[in-house]
Design a protein. Structure first.
Length: 235
């Protein structure tokens, strides 16, 4: 079951593909759906992708493919062009997707994600909930809700995560053994570590031989997300 906005968005994407062969930009989708920000568009696209209605083409920020349409969804049609050898019959139409689409051009759609302060890649420090946000290229994010944290410390350098990097985190309360997660300890302190489960205990492993693993009772540790990507600034 799709929401009204999800129906509206998939119809708009289909119409744009039929009209131009290129999926609409995030700005076009935001304006068409009368949304306040591109992050709202991102959430709708992620929901449609998770439900199997659309697919993002790899390595292209502006490339969406419609896999299926909701029931009772009416798509626009275009008139079939007449051929010199065989004129088109009166009032004949063909679905636009029957024509070979033009290859989409890459675009740099940007999404504003919440920036929730700093997180330790060392001893746990408080994860600060802030009201600021930071722009992130849409191509870096997959389906789901995301936020960003600034990394403090060097305990994850062997995993390529350095002090001052910005961790892009997918919100989730579950993670598989061995994934890099944001772990909240005792509802007070958060840290970025590899997650290891050992019976009733949880071990948070660093990626730096100078640091020791942190071991807690499972009830003391809450997963708040898992690492989805990194941004780094060079000065």
């Amino acid at each position: 079951m799709l929401t009204a906005k999800q129906h509206e968005l998939i119809r708009f994407i289909q119409e744009k593909l039929e009209e131009t062969g290129i999926s609409p930009s995030f700005e076009e989708m935001k304006e068409a759906l009368d949304l306040k920000s591109k992050s709202g568009v991102h959430r709708l696209i992620s929901a449609l992708e998770e439900r199997g209605f659309i697919r993002r083409l790899p390595n292209r920020a502006r490339a969406l493919e419609i896999i299926k349409l909701p029931e009772n969804s009416v798509t626009g049609t275009v008139r079939a062009p007449a051929s010199p050898a065989q004129p088109a019959a009166n009032d004949s139409v063909v679905a636009a997707h029957a024509a070979k689409p033009v290859a989409p051009e890459p675009a740099n759609d940007i999404i504003e994600v919440p920036l929730h302060g700093r997180i330790a890649a060392g001893a746990p420090i408080e994860a600060i909930e802030g009201q600021s946000s930071m722009p992130v290229p849409a191509a870096l994010l997959g389906p789901g809700d995301h936020y960003a944290l600034e990394v403090s410390g060097d305990s994850m350098i062997e995993a390529g995560i350095f002090d001052g990097d910005f961790a892009l985190v997918k919100r989730t309360e579950t993670a598989r053994d061995g994934e890099i997660v944001v772990a909240l300890v005792d509802n007070e302190e958060a840290t970025l570590k590899y997650l290891r489960k050992e019976g009733t205990m949880v071990r948070l492993d660093p990626a730096n031989g100078s640091y020791e693993p942190q071991v807690y009772e499972a009830g003391r540790v809450q997963v708040q997300g898992k690492l989805a990507g990194l941004l780094r600034r060079y000065h």
